[in-house]
Design a protein around this ligand. Sequence first.
Ligand SMILES: [Zn+2]
Length: 187
Amino acid sequence: MLFQTQFSAMRAIYCVEAVNSAQRKQIDELFREIQTVAEVRKLSTGRIVSYAVQTKANCCEILDEIAEVLRSINEHSLCLQPVDNVAMDIVSDLCRASGSTLLSVPTCGICGEKELFPGATITICSRGNARIVRYYCPRCTALECKPKVSDFVRALLDADRRNIRLQAEVKPLKRKSRRDLSFTIAR
Ligand SMILES: [Zn+2]
């Protein structure tokens, strides 16, 4: 199993045929707006523009609304549910058939499974502009959870398959909010 389906009721994948670059822009713009109320991941670009969206259980009606708006942009649009390997295969087949570009999906640094919506993300900045970004699935994130942020970040990196050497002390540089699990640290 590559994809977890436990959140299937709150997730959907949308594939829209974009006939020209103006329409592609319009679709991208729509999902940029959706990003303010739901989690969004772009899956493909080109003739077929695809996005995955995840919402909280109590506002999942937005998923139907998105499908309707997309149909008004182009009747050749698809809403795939549940979000599982079958849905991902459909996206990949559509891309292959249309010459569209399939974008890469994050892989959990601990269990190695593909995860559209990682539970935590750590960006490690080295000297110069080199950056390493590591993703962790919600399950592994929950398993390594610690009350103190620096301990939590350290636990994730210790469990990470990639051997990442860090300074003795881990200091997260910036976060949007306490609930934001995207950490930026200096190496
Ligand atoms: Zn994992």
